[in-house]
Design a protein around this ligand. Structure first.
Ligand code: IPM
Ligand code: MN
Length: 359
């Protein structure tokens, strides 16, 4: 039987409970289909790890990640745990994304049944696009290296030719691979979100993007200014199939996109490079509700599905996605208007497991 080595970083706040829940779902799935096995290596990382060791992650854990088939990560960081420079200590974005050159941050935005979108009249699957955030450069490349004086501070936005090229290529490959076109018209379409009316960096990004686009004439190409794009993601989400953008725009706008499909608790993500990848929810560690058993575990469960897809266990990945869909369709899992889960997290996890066993 095929066996995969998985490093698990349970993280802070609600991390451990939603990671445990997602692993229960993975276990049920493996028993049900019996074709592969996941072996877990649980490691410490995040704000609690920083508090007890002075480092958010150890060199030994980084080595384990390098050798594993994939890493499954819960949210990390706690607002009160900060480095001497004032930024949060438990975040692993710089260490993992830049450290392992995981340049593609893929965040599927899909509206599930009965998951009240705050947008009027939206039915399930009328919002269904892939949000792709460049993960290693852009404004966040200045992380930890901004120029600081007493009277002024500068964080620089840098993009490179290679960085723009590879993320554009990744976007067009996604558009080809995703079976469904944009919900509005079935068209395969890649939209770049940029600000080339103001900044040279985005003129550069856009030119490279349009160059890459020439290789896939069957995919429609579009370039939108970030301000107009923010409006379009709200007024016309059905128009999009694949959206690609710079790191900070992507951080901000993917949360906005997540809000249109019932909240961040619904949204998983993959951080992918040419050799390694890790999978996590798009949200933070929500310490205010930690330990109460009321967090929405769906983001973490769908991150597990993305991990299986990356491991080429495509059918297994689709089964998780389908079981989550069914659980919402049958109203065995329900969300309040704020995106919080109604009832207990354990009930939701059981409902998803029950749906899995029926597939
Ligand atoms: C995300 C998160 C991270 C980011 C934080 C926690 C550093 O918000 O994955 O979107 O800013 O990239
Ligand atoms: Mn974010």
């Amino acid at each position: 039987m095929k066996t995969y080595q998985i490093v698990v970083l349970s993280g802070d706040g609600i991390g451990p409970e939603i990671v445990d829940g997602a692993i229960e779902v993975l276990e049920t799935l493996q028993k049900h289909i019996g074709r592969f096995r996941l072996e877990y290596n649980f490691c410490e990382a995040g704000a609690a790890c920083y508090q007890s060791t002075g480092e958010p992650i150890s060199a030994k854990t980084l080595k384990a990640i390098e050798l594993a088939d994939a890493t499954f990560k819960g949210p990390t960081g706690l607002p009160g745990v900060r480095k001497p420079d004032g930024t949060e200590a438990g975040l692993l974005g710089g260490v993992l994304r830049n450290g392992f050159d995981l340049y593609a941050n893929l965040r599927p935005i899909r509206l599930f049944p009965n998951t009240a979108s705050p947008l009027r009249g939206k039915i399930a699957d009328s919002i269904d696009y892939l949000f792709l955030r460049e993960n290693t450069e852009g404004l966040y490349l200045s992380r930890g290296s901004g120029v600081v004086s007493n009277s002024a501070v500068a964080d620089i936005l840098m993009v490179t030719r290679e960085g723009c090229e590879r993320i554009s290529r990744f976007a067009f490959n996604l558009a080809i691979k995703k079976k469904r076109g944009a919900p509005e018209d079935g068209q395969k379409r890649v939209t770049l979100i940029e600000k080339s009316n103001v900044l040279r960096s985005f003129v550069f990004f856009r030119e490279i993007f349009l160059d890459v686009a020439r290789q896939t004439p069957e995919v429609e190409v579009e370039s939108l200014y970030a301000d107009a794009a923010s409006a379009a993601l709200i007024t016309r989400p059905q128009h999009f199939q694949v959206v690609v953008t710079e790191n900070m725009f992507g951080d901000i706008l993917s949360d906005l996109a997540g809000a249109t499909v019932g909240g961040l608790g619904m949204c998983p993500s993959a951080n992918i490079g040419d050799r390694l990848a890790y999978f996590e929810p798009i949200h933070g560690s929500a310490p205010d509700i930690a330990g109460k058993g009321i967090a929405n575990p769906v983001s973490q469960i769908r991150a597990a599905a993305m991990m299986l897809d990356y491991l080429s266990e495509t059918e297994a990945a689709e089964m998780i996605e389908k079981a989550v869909w069914k659980a919402f369709e049958n109203k065995h899992v329900e969300l309040s208007d704020t995106g919080a889960i109604i009832g207990k997290m354990t009930t939701a996890i059981q409902a998803i497991q029950d749906e899995l066993r029926k597939l």
